[in-house]
Design a protein around this ligand. Structure first.
Ligand SMILES: CC(C)(COP(=O)(O)OP(=O)(O)OC[C@H]1O[C@@H](n2cnc3c(N)ncnc32)[C@H](O)[C@@H]1OP(=O)(O)O)[C@@H](O)C(=O)NCCC(=O)NCCS
Length: 220
């Protein structure tokens, strides 16, 4: 079936898009389902996932807009090592304070999730190969459920890849937990670099979740 025709404009991220992007981050966190399934505290969750991108490298981010509303985003960064360094040096502590201030640690759902996440960490499930030498750029891509399957994700990805080529970035990688989303990236020329399994959402989903790392080299 051909994609639905929807008038969606792709443009660069602007500071006034921040709230809409962070809201969409929470609404689509778990393979397109809301983060409230496993975590209460939208502000903290969105800041942990997208705080670096919107606040420290907004020039690498794009949004999809329909009827004046943000219906999708691609938050990108040219250098994953810089993302990690800034996250540890500048974001992590303020995130901890924000979590204390907003009562995140007082909620049973969050304590259960954080406990499972720590167990997963100590079991080594979060360890991944260092693919950033060949694929330094990273991204998050999410489309509002009502707008999926209409070409918006493809267009955001094309805009980002063309930006990365202009900036002479040699490769891009990303993580997804969804096999269907993985096939979407494979069709866009990405290669599967790594697969793993994680148990930290077993208490919600009653099964382990897979993690797939995909990478794409940027042709000059
Ligand atoms: C994956 C995603 C970004 C693709 O964007 P999109 O605008 O829906 O995709 P397009 O219209 O450009 O391309 C359609 C393809 O997207 C893929 N897709 C993945 N999940 C989908 C969904 N829930 N609905 C529709 N298409 C989806 C399919 O491969 C689909 O092709 P198919 O219809 O032949 O199976 C979007 O569906 C989404 O946000 N999904 C949930 C969150 C997610 O998985 N984000 C990626 C993490 S990095």
């Amino acid at each position: 079936m051909p994609p639905r025709q929807i008038n969606v404009v792709i443009r660069k991220y602007q500071p006034q898009d921040r709230d809409a992007v962070h809201r969409l981050t929470c609404a689509t966190a778990l393979m397109g389902e809301p983060c409230s399934v496993f975590f209460d505290g939208d502000e903290v969750f969105a800041q942990a996932i997208n705080g670096y991108f919107t606040d420290y490298e907004p020039e690498s981010c794009f949004v999809a807009v329909a009827d004046g509303r943000v219906v999708g985003y691609l938050t990108g960064a040219k250098d994953a090592r810089r993302v990690n360094a800034i996250f540890h040096r500048r974001i992590a502590f303020s995130l901890f304070i924000q979590a204390l201030r907003t009562g995140v640690f007082c909620k049973k759902k969050n304590l259960v999730f954080l406990t499972h996440f720590l167990i997963s960490f100590f079991k080594g499930e979060l360890a991944m190969p260092d693919q950033y030498r060949d694929y330094p750029a990273v991204m998050h891509l999410n489309i509002d459920a009502a707008y999926r399957g209409s070409g918006t994700g493809t267009r955001l990805l094309e805009a980002y890849c063309s930006y990365l080529r202009q900036e002479n970035v040699k490769g891009l990688c990303l993580a997804t937990m969804s096999g269907r989303t993985g096939r979407f990236f494979a069709r866009q020329g990405f290669q599967l670099l790594f697969t793993g399994r994680r148990s930290y959402l077993r208490h919600v989903l009653h099964k382990d979740i897979p993690v797939y790392i995909y990478g794409k080299k940027m042709a000059a």
